[in-house]
Design a protein around this ligand. Structure first.
Ligand SMILES: CC(C)(COP(=O)(O)OP(=O)(O)OC[C@H]1O[C@@H](n2cnc3c(N)ncnc32)[C@H](O)[C@@H]1OP(=O)(O)O)[C@@H](O)C(=O)NCCC(=O)NCCS
Length: 201
């Protein structure tokens, strides 16, 4: 049995979006996004074009045990999923001993909303929450593929920089991926730190 989705009570607000807790009422929309090959091409490193409901319940149930999982709503309609998760990659944990490292993953499932700055808003909100409330030391975007310059650009706009390039085995979708990193000290030193996200618990 997969672990049930673990929810939380955090709500985040960006200029255009409301990030609310992911719940068991969201399986239909998560399934639709996870059965859209255009979305999965970018959101998933594997060559997969659709997941089943059972598979996604396992994935999100597992991730949510150590993550804050959100659905982002635009005008009260869900358009994206995103989470801030405790770091789960040994290559990063071992390179940052004694540090609280987290990762952000996100996907705008409603693809008509790509390239409108909404991903950048979501990343900025999760970063602000991660550093201000969760007291993380570093936040990462992990395994961002070379065929996804839009994702790299969105994280870069928030201040993430490439920390490592990872060559991928021949025959896989990406020739290389990268881990991008932002330190709490860099975030605190940014010039516009007075414009932070509203947090309502
Ligand atoms: C990746 C994703 C979250 C980004 O969110 P978004 O709202 O589309 O992105 P934004 O509009 O905030 O920023 C995208 C930036 O990439 C730039 N960009 C877009 N296509 C690009 C390309 N081919 N090359 C370089 N830059 C590109 C845009 O110009 C924009 O930068 P700008 O504002 O300076 O002009 C979203 O596109 C998405 O969910 N994609 C599908 C799933 C996915 O890729 N998830 C991430 C897996 S790592």
């Amino acid at each position: 049995m997969p672990p049930p989705l673990k929810s939380h009570t955090i709500h985040l607000h960006t200029p255009r979006l409301h990030l609310r807790p992911m719940t068991d009422a969201d399986w239909d929309i998560l399934l639709r996004w996870n059965q859209d090959p255009d979305v999965l091409y970018y959101a998933d490193g594997a060559d997969v074009t659709a997941y089943t409901l059972d598979q996604i319940k396992r994935m999100y149930g597992g991730v949510s045990q150590a993550a804050f999982c959100f659905l982002a709503e635009l005008d009260s309609q869900p358009i994206a999923e995103a989470w801030l998760q405790a770091m789960n990659l040994s290559r990063i944990i071992e390179a940052h001993p004694g540090c609280d490292c987290r990762r952000i993953d996100l996907s705008i499932g409603e693809k008509q909303h790509w390239n409108k700055g909404l991903g950048t808003e979501i990343i900025r909100a999760l970063v602000d929450f991660g550093f201000a409330e969760e007291k993380a030391d570093f936040i990462f975007a992990c395994d961002v593929a070379d065929y996804n310059p839009r994702s790299r650009a969105a994280f870069a706009k928030v201040g993430f920089r490439v920390a490592a390039h990872i060559a991928q085995p021949p025959g896989t979708k990406a020739r290389s991926t990268c881990d991008m990193r932002l330190a709490q000290t860099e975030w605190a030193a940014r010039p516009n730190s007075s414009e932070d996200t509203d947090l309502c618990a």
